[in-house]
Design a protein around this ligand. Structure first.
Ligand SMILES: Cc1cc2nc3c(=O)[nH]c(=O)nc-3n(C[C@H](O)[C@H](O)[C@H](O)COP(=O)(O)OP(=O)(O)OC[C@H]3O[C@@H](n4cnc5c(N)ncnc54)[C@H](O)[C@@H]3O)c2cc1C
Ligand SMILES: NC(=O)c1ccc[n+]([C@@H]2O[C@H](COP(=O)([O-])OP(=O)(O)OC[C@H]3O[C@@H](n4cnc5c(N)ncnc54)[C@H](O)[C@@H]3O)[C@@H](O)[C@H]2O)c1
Length: 466
């Protein structure tokens, strides 16, 4: 008899790992199926290698400023491998088994209601969590398939620093990897069909554009690749929609993601997809099939590791406990360029009733003392001073975002945030001062001014009597 599991988890990336550990912790009989290696994109080809590359490139640029020497690319690669090795045990099959999850190697396919097949063996499940992630999208540019092309999956296999790199795409991957390679010494061109970092405010994108340009990156925006011509020596030339030609030894394609749903049997299971092929989930992370849940890059939600983990945890506990708890709609994001761009909630104040409060880093003492004043903290504020979101650009913007995220999630007002003592001098002062400045402006209103006058008069009267 095939065994019946409480939760079958398909995919062992962040979503699958967190979802299966959550279920096992609740005492559920949990099986996780992974067809490559547990850890997923974040560990092997995403966050961990890219953040290590950025750190190595920053160090290399600073070192070059002192010694004039070029970094040895082998050392950069070693540093990336070491970071992955240090983090990998937490995502390993052993750690999953220790948490009570049974790990199976293989490709899962849904075959009937409540049934799946893994390597020809049937598994019956009460609930399933689909967490198969996404892979890089390669746009159909004539000649691209024959060029020396890498994606975020394969760029880590480069054994030599490319002399010239053209990046197709203008999102976080293009900007982060573009800046890192430029700082290591590659001549980088970013070719973005629209503006770079299109999800961020224009002011934030402009600061990153300035930084990329200062690092020697050619940023070609509103321009896309028409064709790619390759030569026998392995180099290629990208011809663009504006008639420009950009030469490259390596092309890096960073043009978005495609969900991994092929061969999963989602049709059979009645799991609906959107037009982009992403699994549609509701606020409780349930799909159109009541016993199938999904989380992470394979869904229509934004593609971040933290979201994959939080959503998978909610999906697993809802599935196991029979709940329908919703996930939070407050989603922070950080692009780890220098300067970092961090944003949460509403970032555009053009709707009626919204206002902005902005403090630039050239008015922030910590930034002045460190000589790193390119950036700002900007709050979007609604009625009664409620903080609805904002953007932070600058050093450590990602750390400062945690406070702003908490304020948005808790529905805090600028007055409440202004009343929290902050240590001096920190980059968080920019967020704090933006809140103080808005709260203070509220005190200048005729009603508040009258109240202040009245209180002062009463205090004077009392003091006079003493
Ligand atoms: C270069 C880069 C940098 C990034 N940087 C950041 C960052 O700084 N911060 C951030 O929050 N996010 C970042 N991301 C995004 C982040 O990596 C993803 O959002 C996250 O890894 C998604 O996790 P997941 O579990 O949904 O999918 P994945 O990590 O892709 O895991 C899916 C797993 O499912 C397995 N699988 C697929 N199909 C099957 C099947 N049929 N049967 C069994 N197993 C299967 C796959 O082998 C894989 O292991 C970055 C991404 C990239 C590419
Ligand atoms: N720091 C982070 O959190 C981080 C870092 C890297 C990646 N990620 C995640 O990974 C996902 C994928 O990143 P991404 O940068 O590939 O995708 P993206 O979807 O964010 O950006 C893709 C960019 O490529 C452009 N583009 C698409 N087709 C093009 C073409 N043919 N020619 C030129 N430009 C083209 C788009 O206009 C867009 O600017 C993101 O959604 C992000 O959530 C997160």
């Amino acid at each position: 008899m095939d065994k019946l599991v409480d939760l079958l988890v398909v995919g062992g990336g962040t979503a699958g790992i967190v979802g299966s550990k959550t279920a096992a912790r609740l005492g559920a009989r949990t099986v996780l199926v992974e067809n490559e290696r547990t850890g997923g994109d974040c560990l092997w080809t995403g966050c961990v290698p890219s953040k290590t590359l950025l750190a190595a490139a920053k160090d290399a640029a600073e070192e070059r400023g002192i010694t004039g020497g070029q970094p040895y690319f082998g050392r950069v690669r070693d540093r990336i491998t070491a970071a992955i090795r240090a983090i990998e045990p937490a995502d390993s099959p052993e750690s999953l088994e220790a948490a009570g999850v049974e790990v199976r190697s293989g490709t899962a396919r849904l075959t009937a209601d409540g049934e799946a097949e893994v390597n020809g063996r049937r598994i019956r499940f009460r609930n399933a969590l689909i967490a198969t992630g996404s892979h890089p999208t390669v746009p159909p540019v004539p000649g691209l398939a024959h060029a020396r092309m890498v994606t975020s999956d394969t760029v880590w296999d480069l054994t030599e620093l490319p002399r010239r790199m053209v990046i197709i795409g203008g999102g976080p991957i293009a900007c982060e990897l573009g800046q890192a390679f430029a700082r290591l010494g590659t001549r980088v061109t970013i070719l973005a069909r629209t503006g770079i970092l299109g999800k961020e405010t224009r002011e934030a994108a402009a600061l990153v554009r300035n930084a990329l340009t200062a690092d020697g990156v050619t940023v070609a925006e509103n321009e896309s690749a028409r064709t790619v011509e390759s030569t026998n020596d392995g180099s290629s030339t990208v011809l663009t929609s504006k008639g420009n030609r950009f030469d490259a030894d390596v092309l890096l394609v960073a043009a978005g993601r495609t969900p991994r749903t092929d061969g999963l049997g989602l049709d059979t299971a009645g799991v609906e997809l959107d037009d982009a092929g992403q699994i549609l989930v509701d606020q409780a992370m349930r799909t159109s099939n009541k016993r199938i849940w999904a989380a992470g890059d394979v869904t229509q939600n934004p593609k971040f590791t933290h979201l994959a983990g939080v959503h998978a945890s909610t999906a697993a506990s809802n599935a196991i406990l029979g709940l329908h708890r919703s996930v939070s709609s407050v989603i922070p994001r950080v692009t780890f360029t220098s300067p970092e761009v961090a944003a949460v909630g509403i970032t555009d104040a053009s709707a009626p009733g919204l206002s902005l409060s902005t403090v630039n880093l050239d008015d922030t003492d910590r930034a002045i003392t460190e000589g790193r004043t390119a950036g700002f903290a900007q709050l979007v504020i609604g009625t009664r001073g409620r903080i609805l979101g904002g953007t932070i650009v600058g050093p450590r913007a990602g750390e400062s975002l945690a406070e702003l995220t908490l304020a948005v999630q808790q529905g805090m007002s600028t007055r409440a945030l202004a009343g929290v003592t902050h240590p001096y001098p920190t980059y968080n002062d920019a967020v704090w001062n933006a809140a103080i400045s808005h709260a203070r402006a509220g005190l200048d209103s005729p009603v508040a001014a009258a109240a202040v006058r009245l209180l002062s008069a009463v205090a004077r009267l009392r003091n006079g009597r003493r």
